[in-house]
Design a protein around this ligand. Structure first.
Ligand code: UT7
Length: 335
């Protein structure tokens, strides 16, 4: 019997129409275009439109685009793996809402919470399900509405200027082609750093009720990040997990065609690029336009890279992420 592998056969994304430029943020907080661009590389980000966009609706649009590019009907999908830190409801997860939108009642859906590494974790889960024969065609999603999770005052500016909204999707299908496929995925986590980047409320282990009037005012309902610590861990872990994927498959950094890193901060990407000795054309960045869209950042970036012709059959593509948890992860793909 032929060995079954998995491959990405369609990509899609959706970003909300509202463009928020760095200077637009000055109506909420004391900041500047110069500071944001110099420290993060971000020029603008998208914020969702209330009443139009939901986490699941954005994911559905991205999924439809990915399905159409894979030349598939939604009915072919037999698994959804959905990564988000910003679901529409506390429960059930947004995967259920997207499944309903796509008319896929009955198939299994998996919601995961691995933050910035969410898409790579989700891809890995889909890869394992396909390789074991549990699924044949998976939709892998990363989607976020983060503009409502941040303190948009001067106090919260270290976080609020970075994060944006958007969604990305990949269709992952079974293949017996040993060449063009997901070669390997590598997942890591370290919960000792959970509170270095987290959203505390609404949390279930609060006295009496998980949400109270106090929740709105005591700071727990906005994302808290120790930016310096996150940055220092990110640069080390990105390098490690990229090298882990290359070594596992007998490659070196020269063999890479394109690195698509999670869009956390242009300085992190630049550092990794420089340490690995990669030329500009081998590292894809679009943080300038979308900010950090957490689980959505890699599928949005990969779709844009694909659309620009930077992902060709036979290319060796590495996806790599680091984020809250802490989590870090990579996927090496022979396109
Ligand atoms: O997706 C994975 C998760 N996140 C990340 O990977 C983010 C990792 N961390 C970072 O990207 C950086 O740490 C930040 C961009 C968040 C911050 O950059 P930084 O160079 O570490 O700045 P800082 O936090 O040390 O702040 C430097 C100064 C401070 O002022 P003082 O104390 O030196 O007077 C801040 O108050 O910059 C100030 N500041 C700002 N000024 C203008 C912080 N945020 C802003 C802002 N506008 N938005």
């Amino acid at each position: 019997m032929n060995t079954v592998y998995s491959k990405i056969t369609g990509l899609g994304y959706y970003v909300p129409e509202t463009v928020v430029k760095n200077d637009d943020l000055r109506q909420y907080m004391d900041t500047s275009d110069e500071w944001i661009q110099e420290r993060t590389g971000i020029k603008e980000r998208r914020w969702f439109t209330h009443g139009k966009d939901t986490n699941a609706s954005m994911a559905t649009t991205a999924a439809r685009m990915a399905l159409s590019r894979a030349d598939l009907d939604a009915a072919a999908v037999d698994l959804i793996v959905y990564a988000t830190l910003s679901p529409d409801y506390y429960f059930p997860g947004s995967a259920f809402l997207m499944q309903r939108e796509l008319g896929l009642e009955g198939i299994p859906v998996i919601d995961i919470r691995q933050q910035c590494s969410g898409f790579v974790y989700a891809l890995s889960i889909a890869d394992q399900f396909i390789k074991t024969g549990m699924a044949k065609t998976a939709l892998v999603i990363g989607a976020e509405i983060q503009s409502t999770l941040m303190d948009k005052t001067t106090e919260g500016r270290g976080v609020a200027v970075i994060f944006g909204d958007g969604a990305g999707a990949a269709v992952v299908q079974a293949t017996t082609d040993p060449e063009h496929r997901i070669l390997s995925t590598h997942l890591h986590a370290d919960g000792r750093y959970a509170e270095e980047l987290y959203l505390k409320d609404p949390g279930s282990s609060r006295p009496n009720h998980f949400i109270t009037p106090q929740t709105a005012t005591d700071g727990g309902a906005s994302v808290v990040m120790n930016g310096n610590t996150v940055f220092k861990h990110a640069v080390v872990r990105f390098m490690e997990v990229i090298n882990e994927s290359l070594t596992a498959n007998g490659f070196g950094s020269d063999d890479l065609s394109l690195l698509v890193p999670h869009q956390a901060n242009i300085r992190i990407s630049n550092y990794v690029q420089q340490q690995m000795g990669l030329p500009d054309e081998k590292v894809f960045n679009n943080i300038q336009h979308y900010g950090n869209t957490t689980a959505a950042s890699i599928p949005i970036a990969l779709t844009e890279a694909f659309d620009k012709g930077l992902v060709q059959p036979g290319d060796l593509i590495c996806l790599a992420a680091f984020g809250s948890g802490f989590t870090w992860a990579s996927a090496l793909i022979r396109w």
